[in-house]
Ligand binder design. Structure first.
Ligand code: FO1
Length: 308
């Protein structure tokens, strides 16, 4: 069984490759829930939904989030009343949030509801929230204010410098059902190419998770979310720099060295392989820009072989 620590878009791309080379029934995804928010009274889990929709081949390929072929009637109605429409919820996507919120209100846990949604999309692999407890990534802006992750990412279009992040609720959160078991019993753990500071870090902030990963460091592999010093999507590169890290594969190795024995980097960074090794992390160089599912499949294969 392969366990994958997953954020949103980058993780979903890698997973599309992974399920080509590994039986989906042997894959367990531990998904970030720090991006979650309650809006209009609805519980929204963006990273879980991005993985679900993308792996169901139903996602909006352009944005990487939400469903393809969406209509926005509900948002238009909300606009009429002056309600909040900054966080765009398509009419079909709303169905997911209505279902999830209703089931949670019935007393179901987020893991159970996520499994029901995944099952209905025919995913074939297990998709586990990192925790069922409240976990909210909060971003401290360089100008001193603190905002929720989605206010930063969507509201402010992550167009503002940050000085810190914290994971509200982490100290009291329990690992979701099956999470620690998946991490400790997997043949290999893959840290997906997601934002290390706001997608992977919240998962690791759930008590017990970081230690469980570190305890089996030798068979943990990460795929660098930074290629040629930049993030392929999102603000990871800027956030790394703004928070005093190096936005390079060496910076990623430094962040992950207590957790992973191997870092997979792109060919454009081949000249930095020695720098990665100097951090005590074995370096594997390959194509990591997943332009096609075939590249994603080859990358996934390389990663799990490096970890085994
Ligand atoms: N990202 C945006 O940039 N703008 C949006 O309006 C937006 C709406 C949205 C609705 C549901 C959902 O599951 C994700 C959504 N996202 C949106 C993406 C979201 O901000 C994710 O957290 C990021 O992709 C980072 O993982």
């Amino acid at each position: 069984m392969i366990a994958v620590l997953a954020g949103g878009v980058g993780a979903a791309r890698l997973l599309r490759g992974l399920v080509q080379v590994v039986d989906p029934a042997d894959v367990v995804v531990v998904a970030n829930t720090g991006d979650d928010l309650v809006l209009h009274g609805l519980h929204i889990s963006p990273d879980i939904d991005t993985v679900t929709y993308t792996l169901a081949e139903a996602g909006n390929r352009k944005t990487g989030w939400g469903l393809a072929g969406e209509t926005w009637q509900a948002m238009d109605s909300l606009d009429r009343y002056g309600g909040p429409t900054w966080f765009r919820l398509g009419d079909r996507d709303l169905g997911t949030h209505l279902y999830r919120t209703g089931r949670l209100a019935d007393g179901a846990g987020l893991t159970e509801v996520t499994a029901e949604v995944a099952e209905s999309w025919g995913l074939g692999f297990r998709l586990l929230p990192a925790t069922e407890d409240r976990l909210r990534t909060m971003v401290t802006l360089a100008d001193g204010g603190e905002v929720g992750f989605q206010e930063y990412f969507v509201g402010l279009r992550h167009d503002v410098p940050v000085s810190g992040v914290r994971f509200d609720g982490a100290d009291d959160a329990l690992p979701g059902p099956g999470v620690l078991e998946a991490i400790t019993t997997a043949e290999a753990v893959v840290v997906a190419p997601s934002n290390p500071l706001v997608s992977i870090a919240p998962i690791l902030a759930v008590p017990g998770v970081r230690d469980a990963v570190a305890a089996r460091r030798e068979t943990v592999v990460a795929v660098s979310p930074i290629v040629g010093g930049s993030a392929l999507k999102g603000p990871a590169d800027r956030m790394l720099t703004e928070m005093g890290h190096e936005s390079s594969v060496v910076g990623i190795a430094r962040l992950y060295r207590d957790l992973v024995a191997t870092l997979v980097i792109d060919r454009v960074d081949a000249d930095l392989a020695d720098g990665v090794e100097a951090e005590g992390v074995h370096c594997v160089v390959t194509d990591t820009v997943m332009r096609t599912t075939d590249v994603a499949a080859a990358l996934a294969k390389t990663a799990i072989e490096a970890a085994a």
